[in-house]
Design a protein around this ligand. Structure first.
Ligand SMILES: C[S@@+](CC[C@H](N)C(=O)[O-])C[C@H]1O[C@@H](n2cnc3c(N)ncnc32)[C@H](O)[C@@H]1O
Length: 343
């Protein structure tokens, strides 16, 4: 079992049985993404093409899922995010690199942690998926919406913590002309995207080794760049100050983070509470939105929007969004303070 697989290992719990129960199939539709604003015809067609089907769990099924999550939170000792995990990411992406080198199939770039469980989250509640590749399908739709909204006309876009770079290939569908950059600390991930760029004859797709914990300020971003992260800041815990400073120093045009974040969730709602508890247990992103709110108060950045998508996987509602920009007249005399979370 790979390290990436181990990350999501859970006790066996009968989730297989659940998918056998006969119920009416429901399709993913544009209205499921209402929190994200207007959905274009392009994305509506994508939703139609993907034809993702699911069922609503019965009360018993829902209780079983909740029980399993609670047992996991109370008993299992998880793999906690942090700098010690670099080798695990290297090894995980090496598997994808080998698969890709052999097959040259772009599907082999999809991380192997997808499609492990039939339980996902939609509109903040559990659903049981009934289509193959449902999880990556749902994530793809989410990305098409976000990429169209923010990066359709960007000249250069950077993904930080890009993994195998598969998200950038979706962005390429939306924006044919932009320079796209995969920034990733695992060399195997960077190697994948370099090979893909060569194979696709895409000479505007780049990969760079970059450590989000210790940003190399000598690496200068293109002027007016757009930036996003997707399930990558989660790995930094509360150590996001340097990366924020790096983005501000490079005067990025806009930064869009799609991450597991507790601030948009409600601690007094059961599923959201369990999700927040999981973030804590895994050492995921902590205090990020509150930190940005503090910086906004200091006049260093402007926050555009904070969105709870209500979409997620078995364990977490993992795709909240914050978009923000450095303020025009950024000065460096108000550094991020420790404990900004409490502000
Ligand atoms: C859950 S994966 C997401 C990858 C990619 N964004 C995606 O959606 O497929 C988290 C990624 O963050 C990367 N990562 C973790 N810590 C990092 C760091 N300090 N600097 C750069 N990348 C890091 C991991 O190597 C991994 O590629």
């Amino acid at each position: 079992m790979s390290e990436l697989t181990k990350v999501l290992k859970i006790p066996s719990n009968g989730l297989e049985i659940m998918s056998n129960i006969k119920q009416d199939l429901i399709n993913i539709e544009a209205k499921d993404f209402v929190n994200l604003g207007k959905i274009s015809l392009y994305v509506k067609n994508k939703i139609h093409e993907k034809n993702l089907k699911y069922i609503i769990p019965t009360k018993k099924q829902r209780d079983d899922i909740l029980l399993m999550l609670i047992k996991y939170l109370l008993t299992d000792s998880p793999i906690v995010a942090g700098s010690h995990r670099k080798k695990q990411w290297e090894d995980g992406w090496l598997e994808n690199l080998k698969d890709y080198s052999k097959s040259k199939n772009l599907d082999s770039l999809i991380p192997k942690y997808f499609e492990k469980y039939k339980v996902q989250r939609l509109k903040g509640d559990f659903i049981l998926t009934q289509s193959d590749n449902f999880e990556i399908g749902l994530v793809s739709i989410l990305q098409y919406i976000i990429f169209e909204k923010y990066f359709k006309d960007s000249k250069s876009v950077y993904e930080f913590g890009a993994g195998t770079g598969h998200n950038l290939l979706r962005l390429r569908e939306i924006n044919k002309g932009a320079a796209l950059y995969a920034m990733e600390w695992a060399k195997t991930g960077v190697e994948i995207i370099k090979n893909v760029a060569k194979d696709l004859n895409d000479n505007n797709l780049y990969g760079t080794v970059f450590d989000n914990f210790n940003p190399d300020f000598d690496i200068k971003l293109q002027p007016n760049s757009s930036i996003y992260t997707f399930a990558a800041l989660e790995q930094l815990g509360s150590n996001t100050d340097s990366l924020i400073e790096y983005w501000i120093a490079n005067k990025a045009k806009i930064i869009v983070n799609i991450e597991p974040m507790s601030e948009p969730l409600d601690n007094n709602e059961l599923l959201q509470y369990l999700s927040i508890s999981y973030f804590k247990k895994r050492g995921y992103l902590e205090g990020y939105i509150n930190k940005l709110k503090y910086l906004e108060k200091k006049g260093r950045i402007v926050i555009h929007e904070i969105v709870r998508t209500e979409i997620g996987s078995l364990f977490i509602e993992g795709y909240s969004i914050i978009s923000w920009s450095p303020a025009e007249d950024t000065s460096f005399d108000a550094p991020i303070i420790k404990g900004a979370d409490s502000i």
